[in-house]
Write a protein of this length. Structure first.
Ligand code: URA
Length: 211
């Protein structure tokens, strides 16, 4: 498993505004999209491409095309939905599938409540969107689910991670070379309620309100 923290002043700035408890939902949504586009630029470095012939107004040259099947983007409902637009802006030809996962607030275990994905993911490069890597339970379930369907590799784009969640994933997927985690920050810790500290609060609530 590979972990990349994107070190860029614009990422750090946008994340700081997201963390601010006074940032309202419309601004939070806008900034989340912008931040994901910056993270996605880094996360898609390994996307598979091939040479194509391009005729410019001046000459014929060799360009780059995205391989087919195109990457599959999987936002984890609900909060991952707030990251989708920022990702598809960068990779407009990507297909989009959905995984609905929630954590049981008592056990903090992930439960899958909805799924809309191709039955066969053989050979597919998959990008999972989930803003908060807290205990790691949701991502572990999602990654196992995608490999069980045949995914070739899985890159998870998150805004924040807790060290505890990364360690939990590492202990289960440490030798798994097909998994990459791309983040804006690794924060200090998890609190007793499973929130990332300092974090940004409940990402779903901040994006969409408390429902
Ligand atoms: N999920 C969130 O939305 N926030 C956290 O801090 C942890 C999990």
């Amino acid at each position: 498993m590979r972990v990349t923290v994107v070190d860029h002043p614009l990422v750090a700035h946008k994340l700081s505004v997201l963390r601010d408890a006074d940032t309202n939902s419309p601004v939070f949504r806008q900034l989340t999209e912008e931040l994901v586009t910056l993270l996605a630029y880094e996360a898609t470095r390994g996307v598979r491409v091939h040479d194509v012939e391009v005729t410019t107004p001046v000459a014929t040259t060799t360009g780059t095309g995205l391989d087919k099947p195109t990457p599959l983007v999987v936002p984890i409902l609900r909060a991952g939905l707030g990251m989708l637009e920022g990702m598809t802006r960068l990779v407009p030809t990507a297909e989009v599938g959905f995984l609905g996962m929630a954590r049981n607030e008592q056990t903090l275990e992930a439960v899958t409540y909805a799924e809309r994905l191709p039955d066969d993911l053989t050979g597919r490069q998959v990008f999972v969107l989930d803003p908060m890597l807290a205990t790691g339970g949701t991502l572990r379930e999602a990654i196992q689910f995608l490999f069980a369907r045949g995914a070739e590799d899985v890159t998870c784009i998150c805004l924040l991670a807790a060290p505890e969640g990364l360690e939990a994933l590492e202990s289960r997927l440490g030798d798994e070379h097909r998994v990459t985690i791309v983040l804006a920050s690794i924060d200090e810790r998890l609190d007793e309620n499973g929130y990332i500290v300092p974090g940004l609060g409940d990402a779903g609530d901040r994006l969409y309100g408390v429902v």
